[in-house]
Design a protein around this ligand. Structure first.
Ligand code: FES
Length: 115
């Protein structure tokens, strides 16, 4: 287990994407329905900054070409061409376990070796 503080308090998070960088890797945080989620911050298409994207109905939408990912699992919903898995041009996003320590969000980098 490799818990790392994001330096962000849970209370600062809302339904929009919040970018943080942890040990050189981009991560986005979202609080939705009382749960905090942490996903890789770079789109698996060509690396678009997901922090520029939007969250709608539990989907993260990349601002660059519109690929959509499941906020809770990081799974691909549609690629930039609207194609659904198992076809399609993108891989799932890495997802990180989250815990709160005194109200501050920590993520577990285990099994997610550095960039
Ligand atoms: S970089 Fe995200 S859809 Fe192209």
């Amino acid at each position: 287990v490799a818990w790392r503080s994001t330096g962000v308090r849970e209370s600062e998070l809302g339904p929009g994407l919040r970018a943080v960088e942890i040990e050189g890797r981009p991560v986005v945080l979202v609080r939705l329905s009382g749960a905090v989620h942490a996903l890789a911050g770079a789109c698996t298409h060509i690396g678009g900054d997901l922090a520029d994207g939007t969250v709608t109905d539990g989907r993260v939408v990349c601002a660059l070409h519109g690929a959509t990912f499941d906020l809770k699992t990081g799974g691909v919903l549609t690629d930039p061409f609207g194609v659904e898995p198992p076809e399609g041009a993108v891989e799932p996003l890495e997802r990180y376990r989250v815990r709160l320590v005194d109200g501050t969000v920590e993520v577990d980098l285990t099994d997610h070796p550095g960039p």
